[in-house]
Design a binder for this molecule. Structure first.
Ligand code: R2B
Ligand code: URA
Length: 310
């Protein structure tokens, strides 16, 4: 009995703070955010996180620590003398979380289940901390479809391996579908943050999200493969024709769960290769490291601009 989230008013409290679509939580004495090593009883979540505006997620702890340091320099955030950034979720031994003023930088691991668990807990964190109108970004890597390595792709739409724009999950033995929708305006705003001088393309388009890196993405080089090179190319060409520009492994849950919570979200990935040309990620480590900085630049510019306009 909640309205669809195109109009966020129905899902947020009037002041813009996140309303949970779960009546159980407010009846609990305390809520333990187990995979974040935080809890509403053990931590003052309003004091710790009440000023958050942007939640940036990406696959690996190291990349998200680096992003936290980059954003700190970009927005001129100062740490108390002699201190360093701390991984707030260190003792979960699952995800890493860094806070730089209004920005949270969190690692989400690989795949829909990992990002899904994290999103449940981060959305609850937003609720407990009474954060208003948060904006979520996934900054990641992907395989390009017709785009060479190093291209930045902002997702306009997300679909599963069968081109359906819903996240399917089995709850109490029944399969349910949640619409996977991203904020188109936010995607356009991010695209506008691209610098014409950037030595790479920044494009928008349809992202495919799969449950596997190998067979699930039509790779011939996994431990198993029951299809031919021809079958693979036919599939990749057909999804290319239907507008798919990249493939990755988290956007479907990211779009569906943020949409269900009435939270604005965007997915920005850099391609590591063009899947129409191969399966293996061949670029040297230094090149991959530089490519992975590219989507973070758009997000940093967006955050900086927001803070300057505030
Ligand atoms: C992109 O890269 C990872 C697989 O290598 C996965 O997390 C994704 O979505
Ligand atoms: N991540 C993916 O999920 N697929 C690729 O091909 C590259 C990175």
């Amino acid at each position: 009995n909640y309205p669809e989230v195109d109009n966020l008013d129905g899902v947020r409290y009037p002041d813009g703070s996140v309303r949970l679509r779960n009546p159980n939580i407010e009846l609990m004495d305390q809520d333990i955010l187990y995979h974040l090593a935080l809890g509403s009883g053990s931590h003052d979540l309003v004091e710790m996180f009440g000023d958050v505006k942007f939640v940036c997620m990406g696959g690996t702890p190291k990349r998200m620590e680096q992003f936290a340091y980059n954003i700190m320099a970009e927005i001129g955030h100062k740490l108390p003398c002699g201190t360093t950034l701390q991984d707030i979720s260190h003792f979960s031994y699952r995800y890493s979380m860094y806070k730089v003023g209004p920005v949270l930088s969190i690692s989400h691991g690989m795949g829909i289940p990992s990002v899904g668990i994290l999103l449940h807990e981060v959305i609850k964190l937003m609720y407990h901390a009474k954060v208003r109108d948060p904006v979520f970004f996934r900054i990641g890597t992907c395989g390009g479809i017709g785009h060479e390595g190093g291209t930045v792709i902002i997702s306009e739409e997300v679909v599963d391996g069968a081109l359906r724009n819903v996240l399917e999950l089995t709850v109490l033995g029944k399969t349910l579908q949640r619409p996977a929708k991203l904020d188109r305006r936010l995607a356009r705003e991010l695209k506008a943050m691209g610098d014409p001088e950037d030595p790479y393309d920044t494009v928008t388009g349809k992202t495919m999200c799969t449950y596997d890196f190998y067979e699930g993405q039509g790779r011939l080089d996994g431990a198993f493969c029951d299809f031919t090179e021809n079958d693979k190319m036919e599939y990749l060409e057909s999804i290319h024709k239907s507008g798919v520009v990249n493939i990755e492994m988290e956007s479907l849950a990211f779009a569906a769960l943020t949409h269900h919570a009435g939270i604005k979200a965007a997915v920005i990935c850099v391609t590591l290769l063009d899947r129409l040309k191969g399966d293996q990620v061949l670029a040297p480590k230094e090149v991959l490291d530089e490519w992975q900085q590219r989507p973070t630049k758009l997000v940093s510019r967006h955050i900086k601009r927001y803070l300057q306009m505030k």
